[in-house]
Design a binder for this molecule. Structure first.
Ligand SMILES: [Zn+2]
Length: 401
């Protein structure tokens, strides 16, 4: 991956190149930014640039042996770590001969604690190539598991990392480890790694790529140099979508640019899976109506039953979507028109719904939704927490303005 293949982010590319030019490459860096904004692709291009012996003033050469191996993701001094789950198929071929069932690829006795990311190497490389190095967690989970199970970076994985990084680089100037979603590390993995990162081997660069600072341990935050990665600017995103989809109307592209707010995965979802967003919309709309009217517990039970079936990651996406509409309602009500990003059907409905979201209830509603997203992430019972949330919302929506 070369810098030239990255969507926008021109200023950050320059800053990263300067760290190399000035010999100020920090050995532990945290690429931080919300959504699929290219932070992962930037980490890979940066590593390729650092190790290219024929780099130019603004990019790696793309043709030397190091660049070629980087581009094939086969460089012996490039390592990845990422969350995995039990999976439907564990990429067993490259593993250590542990007994495995033929169809699942995973050992009959394997539990989550035995899983390490290299078992999924084949899927991972294919997935990165498909997304152009713009990975998205839920997509990754659905790629490797039947029902979007949550993933983890466990202590076995941490031990694997320590082992892999303990040797000197075999070819490159710098050995590079890119950890995607360090927020999925469990505490024992984090403790082991932090101890190791305190005195990393010479010529080793560790880049963590994360969405939210709050989800990371303080010890990680303090030991890693923070590299904020902003959202992709509208102009670059628009040009990218236009070149990918030359036949799509300007209006559709514009709609995707507005809704995506600098997140390329979101933009592609809007274009390619516009229907799913619409599903969320229709479900949220009927849920809010039901909560407001809430004539019977039966109605709520129907909804809870429906939402319980869509899987945890979808539930979280649905609630995130709901949160967005609540925030947009506030923008509508309190005059931040420029902050309002909505499709035509959302705008139409929110013009009626937004008066129900106001200063006396909005904060509590937002807190409840966020808390539910958190609880779903912690594997709480979806039926119970959606039931509780629906009852809470039904009271909150009736609070007078
Ligand atoms: Zn090169």
């Amino acid at each position: 991956m070369q810098f030239k293949d990255i969507i926008g982010q021109e200023k950050l590319k320059r800053q990263l190149i300067e760290t190399v030019d000035n010999g100020r490459i920090s050995h532990a860096q945290l690429f931080l930014g919300k959504g699929v904004n290219g932070k992962f692709a930037l980490a890979v291009s940066y590593a390729q640039y650092i190790n290219c012996p024929h780099k130019t003033a603004d990019d790696s050469c793309g043709v030397c042996l190091s660049c070629k191996k980087y581009q094939a993701l086969s460089h012996p001094d490039l390592f990845f770590s990422f969350p995995v789950n039990k999976g439907k198929k564990g990429g067993a071929e490259d593993d250590d001969g542990e007994e495995r069932t033929k169809d699942s690829g995973i050992s009959k006795t394997a539990s989550t604690k035995d899983l390490i990311s290299t078992m999924f190497n084949k899927e991972w490389l294919a997935y990165l190539n498909e997304t152009g190095y713009y990975p998205y967690l839920q997509d990754w989970y659905s790629r490797i598991s039947m029902d979007n199970q949550q993933g983890i970076i466990n202590v076995e994985e941490a031990r694997r990392i320590v082992k892999d990084l303990s040797f000197r680089p075999s070819e490159a100037h710098y050995k590079v480890l890119i950890i995607w979603h360090p927020d999925k590390m469990n505490p024992s993995a984090a403790n082991l790694l932090l101890k190791f990162f305190e005195e990393p081997p010479a010529r080793t660069l560790i880049i963590m790529v994360a969405d939210e600072k709050e989800l990371l341990l303080n010890t990680i935050q303090s030991r890693f140099q923070l590299i904020p990665v902003p959202k992709i600017d509208s102009g670059s995103l628009r040009r990218h979508l236009r070149s990918m989809f030359p036949a799509i109307s300007t209006q559709q592209i514009e709609n995707a640019v507005i809704l995506a707010d600098g997140d390329v995965h979101m933009a592609l979802s809007v274009l390619m899976e516009g229907e799913q967003i619409k599903d969320h919309f229709l479900m949220f709309q009927s849920w809010m109506r039901m909560c407001y009217k809430a004539k019977s517990l039966e109605e709520i039970k129907d909804f809870v039953e429906k939402v319980s079936k869509i899987g945890r990651e979808n539930q979280k996406e649905f609630l995130q979507y709901g949160l967005r509409l609540i925030h947009q309602s506030l923008n509508m009500n309190y005059g931040h028109a420029t902050l309002t990003r909505l499709t035509i059907y959302e705008k139409d409905w929110l013009s009626k719904f937004s008066p129900f979201i106001h200063i006396n209830n909005s904060l509590t509603i937002i807190e409840k939704l966020e808390k539910t997203i958190f609880e779903i992430g912690r594997n709480a019972s979806a039926a119970i927490i959606f039931m509780k949330l629906s009852l809470d919302l039904s009271l909150l929506l009736k609070i007078p303005k």
